[in-house]
Design a protein around this ligand. Structure first.
Ligand SMILES: [Zn+2]
Ligand SMILES: [Zn+2]
Ligand SMILES: [Zn+2]
Length: 205
């Protein structure tokens, strides 16, 4: 039994670490841990630790080992999961939105997007899509067509028109951006299934 010099509680000897001189420290393991925890939060110490970590990770051997570790399926999956959770935080989302907005304002990015749109417009599919979106826009304007909630989740905000068949510009299924994206991923993955569901007809008979 030994009394801790910090918290004053009597504890068994194995609750104290060695002091390096063959004896035991005066403060118990709990108190030492608490002290270290506080110590690590000091900005100077934090900066120092970060620096040391950086140095350590810059060694080629360590770099190689970490690269191998990241290839492991469990590690990959865990870091994917962590990223997903991180991105789901409202502040992180808002920061990303802000960054994207700023990026779109940059003259080079603006110009690049303009050029991409121009190029797209010249392809047959691009022209076709423009023609159809104009038809849809007009139909929405004069009330012939109404947007409906997302077919999957029922969201009403920012619904997008999906055309099972471009030959029928006004037969539309509406989806929220997320589910529209998911649908197209699914179509890319199982083209045969969707071809069977919506056989392609010629645009112009
Ligand atoms: Zn103690
Ligand atoms: Zn949805
Ligand atoms: Zn679509």
């Amino acid at each position: 039994m030994k009394i801790c010099s910090k918290c004053g509680v009597g504890k068994p000897l194995d609750a104290f670490s060695k002091n390096g001189r063959g004896g035991k420290r005066g403060d118990c393991k709990t108190c030492v841990a608490e002290y270290m925890r506080k110590w690590r939060q000091w900005p100077v110490v934090k900066e120092h630790t970060r620096e040391r970590k950086r140095e350590y990770h810059q060694q080629p051997v360590v770099k190689e080992r970490m690269r191998e570790r990241r290839q492991q399926p469990e590690v990959k999956e865990r870091s994917r999961q962590r990223d997903r959770e991180y991105r789901r935080q409202p502040e992180v989302k808002e920061r990303k939105r802000q960054r994207d907005r700023e990026r779109r304002q940059q003259p080079e990015v603006k110009e690049r997007n303009r050029q991409r749109d121009r190029k797209r417009r010249k392809t047959p599919t691009g022209r076709e899509r423009r023609r159809i979106s104009l038809i849809v826009w007009r139909a929405l304007k004069n009330g012939r067509l109404k947007k409906t909630p997302c077919l999957i989740c029922g969201a009403t905000k920012n619904v997008q028109a999906h055309h099972p068949d471009y030959a029928h510009p006004l037969s539309i299924v509406w989806f929220c951006p997320k589910h529209h994206c998911a649908l197209h991923a699914d179509i890319r993955a199982n083209p045969a299934r969707y071809r069977k569901m919506f056989p392609r007809r010629k645009t112009k008979p």
